[in-house]
Write a protein that binds this ligand. Structure first.
Ligand code: WT7
Length: 650
């Protein structure tokens, strides 16, 4: 509700900065309207034009959109291409020596990697992977810190047509094992560890643990030595340096069909099992390029920095593939915003003269809390555009970002999209669209977004409803790996007339601006990371002392949402010191099962959970209890009303 209220009172509007518009690709509302009209008049023609403009094809496509197997839409069939060629080789004739990556390590040391060097390193690793028998269609797990080698590993897979699946380095060995087994990966690329906030984060140890627990498909593990602690298992593991040392620095790329999966990326849904979102090569690149060009307006002179980890979709579309495909210079950062102090981001912007900066509301809120004096110590005048992603940004944080970081000069692109959409869907084109704090503004040209009721009928202005995309777009999810039925059920439910269901609720104001209100399913958004409540419940119930668990979210000042778990233990309900110990045990347990990001902030024990007579847990009531309110309204269907007071701790 607080979200809704702040939205209702928000009527500030910021027209595009004329100086920005003057040099922007899309420089006016009229230019935006023309693109929207172009897509409306000839949808396939519009996307075909962009696909030809932004992507280099080895074999041209003739079909634009093939809907025969809808909702498994196919784009640019017959077209053949290679993603690494698009990200590297095509730039070499004109900018071999241009810096592709400015990689700043946790300790502040910096490596500069040119497009030529990137090419050579990708080729060497790709040749190395080939020498290990990895071929087109094989799955490769990448479990790496935020260092250039993470992108190099992704591009090396793409070069030989192997399908990568990056697993965020913060996920546990258990979560890693599930993903390895779901993909049936033959090979894992990892590092001995990474550095974050001055501390070594082990990665290889988790890989060893996952494989020990059972990953029958894994044949080889490639280990990049980052922290000087690589223990190699004889016969299975090989050091990155050893594998690449004698390899030539050219590697003929495999030209794959446009629909060939470029990668799988796991994300949470409303059931316990994470979904392996499958993306294509051709369509994915088209939207990745188009949005980096239009929303971030990236040009040859920009120094771009996206703070996302490659373990998330943002790191795929806005670190590895999109910016490199446009041939820009970008900063890549291994560490965290608070180390060695809360000025790190601003110091790095000054140091590397960052012009386009993309981060998450949770980071903005955390840094805002530290006050204006810290960013004031740094020269941020290189900035010309700011972006946010991952969750709704509250107007207060938006205004701070605008005023203190952007000096009221930089437009803010609040970009709404998802793992499944592959690229921005609703976001301001900064030279064209006026912004409103807290709104992701208008759909991009070619993206037909709407808000509908549960039957697929449009709702009126200012009414909440389901956010849908009415027409397929090139970078859309192709399927859930190994589960076509779940794909269709989750994203194209029958009632919705063939629309793509995003799983978010939203409303549109009188100007047609979109305001995202939250998820409609059992999915939480913690610090911009998607967590399924069922996933955390499954982890809790897997503990030998837990009989039952229910997880809900509650608003959190910095994280957006915090995880609250209601737990019924086997035997007596723990109380006092015993309950405290159990809370710690379960928090650690969840960290081990999924990863530290999923740790509940709050765990409450009860003799039971509030249930209907048919045994369904009443989460609506638990959400109230989580914020300390005894639920008002209808509790007549509740089997055991007394349980509410117990869970509330009264
Ligand atoms: C969910 C997707 C997209 C990359 C990062 C998260 C929420 C994302 C915004 C935004 C409001 C947003 C939505 C969406 N979300 N961006 N700008 N405003 N909400 O990717 O893990 O696939 O999560 O994040 O709820 O459905 P993801």
């Amino acid at each position: 509700m607080s979200n809704l209220e702040s939205i209702l009172t928000e009527n500030r509007i910021f027209p595009p900065n004329p100086a920005f518009s003057a040099r922007a690709r899309i420089d006016s509302k009229a230019a935006y309207d023309r693109l929207v009209a172009e897509a409306e008049a000839d949808y396939e023609g519009f996307w075909a034009r962009l696909a030809r403009e932004f992507v280099t094809w080895d074999t041209p496509f003739s079909t634009v959109l093939d809907a025969h197997r809808a909702p498994h839409y196919r784009w640019f069939t017959e077209g053949r291409l290679n993603a690494s060629v698009n990200c590297i080789d095509r730039h070499l004739p004109t900018k071999a020596n241009k810096i592709a990556l400015i990689a700043e390590a946790d300790d502040g040391s910096v490596r500069h990697i040119s497009y030529q060097q990137l090419h050579d390193q990708v080729a060497q690793l790709a040749n190395g992977l080939r020498s290990l028998g990895i071929a087109q269609g094989d799955r490769v797990i990448i479990y790496m810190p935020m260092i250039p080698e993470a992108s190099i590993a992704m591009l090396a897979c793409a070069r030989i047509g192997a399908i990568h699946s990056v697993v965020f380095g913060g996920f546990s060995a258990e979560a890693l094992r599930d993903r390895i087994n779901d993909t049936g990966a033959r090979l894992i690329i990892t590092a001995d560890g990474g550095m974050r906030g001055g501390r070594a984060v082990p990665l290889k140890a988790a890989v060893d643990k996952a494989i020990e627990a059972g990953c029958p498909s894994v044949e080889k593990v490639v280990v990049y030595e980052r922290i000087g602690n690589a223990c190699l298992t004889e016969g299975r593991d090989i050091a990155w340096a050893t594998l690449t040392a004698a390899q030539p620095s050219t590697c003929p790329p495999v030209m794959v069909e446009a629909e060939h999966p470029l990668f799988l990326l796991y994300t949470s849904g409303s059931t316990g099992k994470p979904k392996g979102v499958q993306h294509s090569t051709g369509g994915f690149l088209v939207n990745a390029c188009m949005t980096n060009a239009w929303v971030f307006d990236l040009t040859d002179d920009d120094v771009y920095w996206c703070t996302a980890d490659v373990g998330w979709i943002t790191g795929h579309s806005y670190v590895t593939y999109g910016p490199l495909a446009l041939g820009v210079t970008q900063v890549m950062f291994e560490g965290i915003p608070s180390y060695p102090d809360g000025g790190r981001f601003w110091q790095m912007i000054e140091r590397h003269k960052v012009s386009v900066f993309y981060t998450a509301p949770t980071a903005i809120r955390a840094l805002m809390k530290l006050g204006d004096a810290i960013p004031a110590q740094y020269d941020l005048t290189s900035l010309r555009l700011l972006g946010t992603v991952g969750e709704p940004i509250n107007p207060e944080a938006w205004m701070w970002y605008h005023r203190v970081i952007g000096a009221e000069r930089c437009p803010i692109a609040d970009t709404w999209w998802q793992t499944e959409t592959g690229a921005h869907m609703i976001a301001p084109l900064p030279g064209a669209i006026a912004t409103k704090p807290g709104s992701c503004t208008l759909p991009l040209p070619g993206i037909i977004a709407d808000i509908v009721d549960d039957e697929g009928n449009p709702v009126g202005h200012n009414q909440g409803g389901n956010l849908v995309i009415k027409k397929p777009w090139p970078s859309m999810i192709r399927t859930i790996w190994g589960d076509d039925a779940r794909f269709a059920r989750s994203y194209f439910p029958e009632k919705l007339k063939g629309y793509y269901l995003a799983g978010d609720s939203a409303r549109r104001d009188d100007d047609g601006y979109f305001w995202i209100m939250g998820r409609i399913d059992d999915v939480l958004n913690v610090s911009g990371h998607r967590l399924g409540t069922m996933e955390i419940e499954s982890a809790l119930v897997a503990h030998p002392k837990v009989a039952e668990a229910a997880v809900v979210g509650k608003p959190h000042e910095i994280k957006g949402e915090a995880v609250v778990a209601f737990v019924v233990c086997k035997g007596e309900r723990p109380q006092g010191a015993e309950a405290e110990a159990m809370v710690n045990t379960l928090r650690d347990w969840v960290a081990e099962q999924i990863g530290p990001i999923a740790k509940p902030d709050d765990i409450r024990f009860g003799d039971n959970l509030p249930k209907t007579r048919s045994g369904k847990i009443m989460r609506r009531l638990l959400r109230g209890i989580a914020i300390g309110e005894l639920p008002q309204g209808d509790v007549s269907t509740l089997e055991n009303p007394a349980i509410l007071e117990q869970l509330l701790g009264k």
